[in-house]
Design a binder for this molecule. Structure first.
Ligand code: SF4
Ligand code: SF4
Length: 430
């Protein structure tokens, strides 16, 4: 760790070793969504690391202009995946954000409100459930059709985007302790991580996950006591709170079961609990052991022998979730599972592995860049007209709902688990 630096929080300062790994080769530039939009070096991975190093070495003040360049980063980690020097960009940016969160800035109130909401709404299941319930009701109600037909929201930019992002059929929530599909003759048992927004708005994905596992004789248990993974807090620079949530999950889910996660962002964060708690003498070893048990849904399902065949006649555009492809380096497994589905025709779209602009709460706090990236996806969907858009993360699913609508298509947006579940049911009916 850097010490005696100008950072406001020396404890969570980016490590000087991490910062010095960047050799300025520029091989990451073409993978960076923000650089591809603005063309500005300061909005590239290399530029952002350069700024962080200059602040770390006391050559530059952490001015609002410097912070704005970091704020625009999606934390998609596409740069990290292509970096030949192994720069841990995700870790650097989480620590940089911790410094920004602690620094004086003109929009301090906005930051405080965001941090308050992340701590007191997102991480509190009852409060979150109460806040999300009207949106869930609206999403499946006839009122939605009326609002869309009359274009009531067209003058309310951000609200209109949020409306377009709502899933079409959110389904009943799945919360820790709920009973899921029971397999016949269960051969194995896993813990299903339910998450925060995922559990309230994507209960259907959790049920589909449990059914797919059950057909391979694996019982998925929504183990009680688990809480939000802390990814959104860490990305926002609230590392202290992210650590608290990680400790709670470790306490609740300690044991031998594999932990299956169907949200790419949660899975990436939980696989890095060892790193997050490396300096906690009581939890460091437990966190590393916990992280080793975490598997993404596709990563786990692809290892199951004798998984049933599926049938779905559809042109399917798979879009990589950043925290699956870049952070967890899982690209092949979802595609392999889709190839097993009879009738499923892959549709290759340009930039399938480039960020869609959802990025946690990014679409709310950086709506301009988020809209630009969504428009690129919409243009690809318009050109290739898939029947189904598939991904593996709730934020991406929401952004693709809006992108499909923007493209003027009626394509379905599905989680990989939902597609496999439907395909397996179709195959059984034949
Ligand atoms: S982050 Fe990696 S790829 Fe990008 S400039 Fe630095 S060393 Fe090169
Ligand atoms: S995390 Fe994504 S947006 Fe941020 S610098 Fe890296 S590639 Fe660019």
């Amino acid at each position: 760790m850097a010490s005696d630096t100008p950072w406001p929080l020396p404890l969570d300062a980016p490590a000087a070793d991490d910062l010095s790994r960047c050799v300025h080769c520029g091989l990451c530039l073409n993978s960076c969504p923000t650089f591809s939009v603005t063309g500005l070096e300061a909005e590239s991975p290399r530029g952002r690391i350069y700024l962080a190093r200059a602040v770390d070495e006391g050559r530059l003040e952490m001015t609002p202009a410097v912070q704005a360049h970091w704020d625009l980063c999606l934390q998609c980690r596409a740069c990290e995946a292509v970096c030949p020097s192994g720069v841990a960009y995700g870790r650097i940016m989480e620590h940089v954000r911790a410094q920004v969160a602690a620094a004086p800035k003109k929009d301090r109130l906005q930051r405080r409100l965001r941090s308050f909401a992340l701590r007191n709404v997102v991480a509190r299941p009852r409060v979150l459930a109460a806040m999300v319930a009207p949106a869930r009701w609206y999403a499946g109600s006839p009122l939605r059709g009326l609002v869309r037909r009359t274009r009531l929201l067209r003058s309310f930019g951000r609200l209109a985007v949020m409306e377009a992002q709502l899933p079409r059929r959110p389904g009943k929530p799945v919360r820790p302790g709920d009973t899921l599909a029971a397999p016949l003759g269960a051969a194995a048992r896993v813990t299903l991580f339910t998450g925060c927004v995922m559990s309230e708005l994507f209960g259907g994905v959790h049920r589909a996950t449990a059914r797919v596992l059950a057909r391979s004789h694996v019982a998925a248990v929504a183990t009680p006591g688990q809480v939000c993974c802390g990814a959104l807090h860490a990305h926002d620079g609230d590392l202290a709170f992210a650590r608290d949530l990680a400790r709670k999950n470790i306490d609740a889910l300690e044991g031998g079961d594999i932990i299956v996660v169907n949200s790419a962002g949660c899975g990436a964060a939980m696989k890095e609990y060892g790193q997050l708690l490396a300096h906690d003498p009581d939890y460091a070893a437990r966190a590393a052991a916990f992280a080793a048990r975490v598997r993404d849904f596709s990563e786990y399902v692809v290892t199951l022998p004798g998984r049933p065949a599926g049938q779905l006649d559809a042109r399917v555009a798979y879009q990589d979730a950043c925290h699956l492809a870049h952070a967890q380096r899982i690209r092949e497994q979802p595609r392999a599972l889709l190839r097993e589905v009879q009738g499923c025709t892959p549709v290759a779209t340009a930039g399938a592995d480039m960020c869609c602009g959802a990025a946690g709460i990014y679409s709310l706090v950086e709506p301009g860049m988020s809209a630009e990236l969504r428009a690129r996806k919409a243009a690809q969907f318009r050109e290739h007209a898939p029947d189904v858009v598939v991904t593996a993360n709730p934020g991406c699913q929401m952004q693709y709902e809006a992108a499909v609508r923007e493209a003027g298509l009626d394509a379905r947006v599905m989680h990989l688990a939902e597609l496999l579940d439907e395909a397996q049911r179709n195959a059984r009916r034949r």
